[in-house]
Design a protein around this ligand. Sequence first.
Ligand code: ATP
Length: 308
Amino acid sequence: MRVPAKVNLQLAVGPGREDGFHDLVNVFHAVSLFDEVTVTTAPSRPETGLTELTVGGGLGSHLSRVPLDGTNLTARAAALLAERTGRGHPVTIHMDKHIPVAGGMAGGSADAAAALVACDRLWGCDLPRRTLLDYAAELGSDVPFALVGATAVGRGRGEILEPMAGPGRFHWVFALSPHGLSTAKVFAEYDRLRPDAPEPRADAALAAALAAADPVALGRALSNDLQGAALSLLPELERTLETGTEAGALGALVSGSGPTCAFLVGGGAEERSVIDRREADVVAALEASGLCERVVTAYGDVPGATVL
Ligand code: ATP
């Protein structure tokens, strides 16, 4: 399975709810940074139970943050499906990771979506898509979007999805931080900084920019209510955002709960050479800054979890 990372084009966060979650307006955009998840029947029952996990990929220090026990979201996806269908048998799950870990790009959620679809096939469950989406929502607020991909607005905890069609392709640069940020800690910091947060609302300017495939308007409309909290926890991100913006990015923001920073470098009807030049300038400035562990480029949107 191939499954994409996401960047949030808008992340509006309401006040904390009684159940500890927050109401969100979350515009997800799937980008061409993919994890590959391979699920095979285990030759014998793993000591660890239903699933045996392995991880690889070119993410350096990030890989050590991926748990290889039952807390991994792929193991939780397999366990949930086995429990609900009664058809589970032991599997080996290999994650080839290219999505930053604890980076605000929903890599764990992406892997969970991939494992859900792969186990559904391997175990011959053949569940309707609606049921898979319901199970995905149980696993986490960002998991249903990883199944669906493209661009969509999520409401509730982010799991109630509505597609947001747009004709354009957009190009991005991502600055990966050497640090991880815990999503829970970023939300807690948000609650501390914004105890009076208003109800979240969809941004009409963003929807118009997408409908018109206008990269300049999209760059201006990008917004993330969690950015202040992420910057409060990792102040160096401010300089990362400034570096990409000064190098010519059309828009910059912290992705989700961070610390990955996303830079829009063009798209829509722009000439490819214009986009390439802007992209090269932003990449060079970020690499020279010494602020990031790695700089990668990607485009969006792309489809959700896909069987290879
Ligand atoms: P989000 O954007 O959804 O808030 P994130 O991109 O910041 O999430 P993830 O990469 O999904 O963060 O991982 C968050 C934590 O989840 C990791 O620190 C790790 O402990 C745990 N985790 C569980 N399963 C996975 C997985 N398959 N890949 C990566 N991390 C995982």
